[in-house]
Design a protein around this ligand. Structure first.
Ligand SMILES: Nc1nc2c(ncn2[C@@H]2O[C@H](COP(=O)(O)OP(=O)(O)OP(=O)(O)O)[C@@H](O)[C@H]2O)c(=O)[nH]1
Length: 239
């Protein structure tokens, strides 16, 4: 890692800057999508700026990562889900926990695209009592694999229009900035909602189940602002 800090300047608008207080804010993000669409690769890219080719199928993990956004510190807690069919109660707990959601599919996998709609309805169903619609960004990954493409950009844009949700097509492998833009977009929506929601609706869900998910700190205690290298990242992984 050539930079000491991951201090992405996300170019937040002046309006958004005004709505963020100078103190740090915690934003919880849940990454959803079928297995092998690139969820872990995206989170690791965002945190380390590196693309790491192979992972074991995800053990659910919450990554904690502090980022400076135009002078404001944002404490991200990012839940990288396992991408496999799971028990309805577990998924419900995770959806209640999140402030914002990335629903990812791969342009090389039509089934993963079809899954987006289901996940979106699920989030909307579980979060239906909140004042604002849930903060969701749809992400199409692996656009570098043009020859294997099974889902066109137009398909993605059409889905985004019908669900009225922001959409980005990216390659986690090729684009570090594209990956950061996903988190910037989601952060913008979440913060705008935080600032407009009445205090009782801002209360966060706390559950025993969520406490059991292992945490990885990208900025280990004692080294504030330092990003972790891939080797230290592995050191943080649970056995
Ligand atoms: N070509 C290409 N491969 C990618 C890209 N993003 C991820 N991959 C690869 O896709 C495979 C799956 O990536 P993961 O990040 O493990 O996918 P996941 O969605 O977390 O999978 P689960 O943990 O099973 O839910 C890995 O081999 C990655 O290297 C991309 O943008 N382009």
């Amino acid at each position: 890692m050539d930079k000491e800090t991951i201090s992405a300047n996300f170019g937040l608008s002046r309006t958004l800057k005004r709505t963020c207080s100078a103190s740090s804010r915690t934003v919880r993000v849940v990454i959803l999508g079928q297995s092998a669409v690139g969820k872990t690769a995206m989170v690791v890219r965002f945190i380390t700026r590196r693309f790491i080719g192979e992972y074991d199928p995800t053990l659910e993990t919450i990554y904690r990562h502090d980022v400076s956004l135009d002078g404001d510190m944002v404490h991200f807690e990012i839940l990288d889900t396992a991408g496999q069919e799971e028990d309805a109660l577990l998924i419900e707990e995770k959806i209640k926990w999140g402030d914002g959601f990335v629903i990812m599919y791969s342009v090389t996998d039509r089934c993963s695209f079809d899954e987006v709609m289901r996940l979106c309805f699920l989030i909307n169903h579980i979060r239906k009592c909140t004042a604002e619609p849930p903060a969701i960004v749809i992400v199409a990954n692996k656009k570098d694999l043009e020859f294997d493409r099974m889902v066109s950009t137009e398909d993605g844009e059409g889905l985004s229009r019908s669900l009225k949700l922001p959409f980005q097509e990216i390659s986690v492998r090729d684009g570090c900035e594209e990956t950061a833009r996903v988190f910037r977009a989601l952060y913008g929506i979440v913060i705008a909602q935080f600032d407009s929601a009445p205090a009782p609706l801002r209360r966060r869900a706390v559950s025993k189940l969520m406490e059991k998910i292992p945490r990885i700190n990208s900025n280990p205690p004692g080294t504030p602002g330092r990003s972790f290298s891939f080797s230290s990242f592995r050191d943080f992984l649970p056995d």
